[in-house]
Design a protein around this ligand. Structure first.
Ligand code: GCO
Ligand code: MG
Length: 408
């Protein structure tokens, strides 16, 4: 089999997605996800101008060889743009491999260790009661793990609150379009550090101990602040505390770890296994939560999972609305196969996304399932995708009250 064409498809059914479609001379094709939220066109250009042409004539079965060639062969390596482009290619190649072998991808990764992947979704609110009510709705829908965020007084909209049901939908965080500008939020550690322990005290008092709940910090704290938060949250038994620190400072996790037994998760901003390694090998975290679309795809994430397994670290792959159902399917194929699966983040995609990018994982009673179709089971409807043109959009920016840029 030979690769004959590499198509980069940018589409915006509800938000922007970048898909890679790799076609072969045998008629089999594969689809991968190369979406990088707010920087979509830089990945699309890397694929169109630099990476796609290198794949023509190659045998798509040699996934590892192509991966190594694209990662090291070009001398410049790593970073979110190149690793997202590589991830798109990698997923498309695994899709082809599965279709050619007539096996679902999880089967090629070692087969099923479990039938479904335990999933979590997001709850948010303008106050504690609204977050509590939103959690109850998710519990009624079958979820047993739920992320809990709440508006912080004076913040002007804390990222992740979403108010009620919106928190669990794959929607925009700001208005897209030609004049789009990032939404600016104020982040002050004082109100934040007072609010979050009070939120979890409220949630445990009203929801009991059984439900697994946790919080995403979005990398906004200093080491000592994160240590304080982890310690103050300890009585409320969080499932984990997510991304407490900036991704640059792995060594700072030692301080947080020593301060409490609150389980720690980290990794959605990492782009390769070497970034995960110190946290895993020193057992400074409990969950590694890279994004398959940003670490170079299934090939690299599988290696990260194996490293993690060796050190009692479980997986919790990033599964937000800003990656497409193709990447969500790749997550679940890996979740089913690895022994050290922990939990899988998910969002509900609106119908329009499911029409443009069909075949994503299905949620039943709090668990995610993929189809037994050969490959990843996902696809892209190119005619529909073309009808939804790219719209510029940004992630929000966090600033301190004095206007300086907050670490994030
Ligand atoms: C998560 C993430 C998202 C990210 C978003 C950035 O845990 O789902 O933190 O909320 O902010 O994916 O593109
Ligand atoms: Mg997160």
């Amino acid at each position: 089999m030979k690769i004959t064409e590499v198509r980069t498809i940018v589409t915006c059914p509800n938000r922007n997605y970048v898909l890679v479609k790799i076609l072969t001379d045998s008629g089999v094709y594969g689809v991968g996800d190369a979406t990088l939220n707010g920087r979509e066109l830089s990945v699309a250009a890397a694929l169109k101008e630099h990476i796609g042409p290198l794949l023509i004539g190659r045998d798509p079965d040699n996934v590892e060889h192509i991966w190594q060639d694209l990662f090291r062969g070009a001398y410049w390596r790593g970073g979110p743009v190149l690793m997202t482009a590589l991830a798109g290619v990698d997923m498309a190649l695994w899709d082809i491999k599965g279709k050619a072998a007539n096996r679902p991808v999880y089967s090629l990764l070692g087969g099923k260790n479990r039938e479904g992947a335990r999933a979590y979704t997001h709850a948010g609110g303008r106050d504690f009661k609204e977050t509590e009510d939103n959690i109850r709705e998710h519990m009624e829908a079958g979820f047993t793990v739920i992320r809990a965020q709440v508006a912080i007084p004076g913040s002007g909209g804390t990222y992740g609150i979403g108010g009620g049901k919106e928190a669990a939908l794959a929607t925009w965080t700001n208005t897209p379009g030609a004049n789009a500008r990032p939404h600016v939020e104020v982040f002050e550690p004082g109100p934040y550090l007072r609010t979050i322990p009070a939120l979890f005290e409220h949630l445990r008092a009203n929801l009991g101990d059984e439900i697994d709940i946790f919080h995403d910090v979005h990398e906004r704290l200093t080491p000592v602040q994160a240590a304080r938060l982890a310690k103050e949250l300890e009585p409320f038994h969080l499932f984990f505390l997510e991304d407490a620190l900036r991704p640059e400072h792995k060594e700072s996790f030692r301080l947080v770890r020593q301060a409490s037994t609150t389980p720690l998760a980290m990794g959605e901003l990492f782009t390769n296994r070497w970034e995960c390694l110190p946290l895993i090998a020193e057992q400074l975290i409990d969950y590694i939560r890279c994004d398959l679309s940003h670490v170079g795809g299934i090939t690299e994430a599988r290696k990260i999972a194996i490293l993690a397994e060796t050190y009692h670290v479980q997986t919790a792959w990033h599964g937000p609305g800003d990656i497409s159902p193709v990447a969500h399917a790749a997550n679940v194929h890996l979740d089913l196969a690895v022994p050290n699966f922990g939990v899988q983040e998910m969002v509900r995609f609106p119908d329009v996304v499911r029409e443009v990018i069909p075949g994503g994982p299905e949620l039943r009673n709090g668990f995610l399932y993929v189809s037994d179709k050969p490959g990843l089971g996902t696809d892209v409807n190119e005619d529909l995708a073309r009808k939804h043109e790219y719209k510029p959009a940004y992630l929000p920016i966090a600033r301190r009250a004095d206007g300086s840029v907050h670490d994030w």
